[in-house]
Design a protein around this ligand. Structure first.
Ligand code: FNR
Length: 193
């Protein structure tokens, strides 16, 4: 059966450059034959983590929605902006809530991290910060990351990247990620036989 990959952007706003980059990555993954579950951070809207709320009510619906969609995938891709050199609070909050579920759904999943920013560095520092909670939770984070600089002038009308070098680099990153996940999922299937 084809790989199942959840793809979502880490920002809430509708015109998010990271949502555009997530759409492009989702298209590349679908073109490679995998099954894509394309989500938006808005699908996982939730209050700030509050231990009292957790005890009284359990997890909020947005966190349960993210948990469900993570459980159904082999791998996930996050396209996240960088806020003040780090992970946006909205995304970190979602990771914190979902990390409270057992079985903890980030564990053993593969992840690829991409970012878009109007800056020259493309939000890459935020991705290094995002590795910390994910690796803490046991996610296998793909070593290669893709960061899109000058993001407001980088996209063509059809949603692809204007620069051919960047287009190739993103395609290579996605292909490398998928072949690693594919090999791992196949290995796990053989082992369980
Ligand atoms: C930013 N932005 C930003 N950009 C960056 O490259 N490095 C940074 O440290 C920050 N810090 C930062 C903090 C806060 C609070 C905001 C709101 C923004 C700019 C950010 O990259 C820009 O707003 C992007 O457009 C966000 O991505 P979306 O929303 O277009 O996906």
């Amino acid at each position: 059966s084809p790989l199942r990959v959840l793809v979502f952007g880490g920002a809430l706003r509708a015109e998010s450059a990271n949502a555009r980059l997530a759409s492009l990555v989702a298209r590349l993954i679908a073109d490679a034959g995998a099954t894509v579950d394309h989500a938006a951070m808005r699908d996982f809207a939730m209050p700030m983590y509050d231990g009292d709320m957790e005890v009284a009510e359990g997890l909020p619906p947005g966190a349960l929605a993210l948990r469900d969609r993570l459980e159904r995938c082999d791998a996930f891709v996050i396209s996240s902006p960088e806020y003040n050199g780090s992970v946006p609070g909205v995304l970190k909050n979602a990771i914190d809530w979902v990390s409270r579920v057992r079985p903890q759904p980030f564990k053993t999943k593969h992840a690829m991290l991409v970012s878009a920013s109007p800056s020259l560095v493309g939000g890459n520092r935020g991705l290094w910060a995002l590795r910390v909670p994910l690796e803490h939770l046991g996610t296998r984070v793909y070593p290669d990351m893709f960061s899109l600089a000058n993001c407001y002038s980088a996209f063509a009308e059809d949603g692809t990247l204007i620069d051919s070098g960047l287009r190739e680099r993103l395609a290579e990153t996605v292909a490398g990620f998928l072949s690693l996940v594919e090999a791992d999922v196949r290995y796990v299937c053989l082992e369980r036989r």
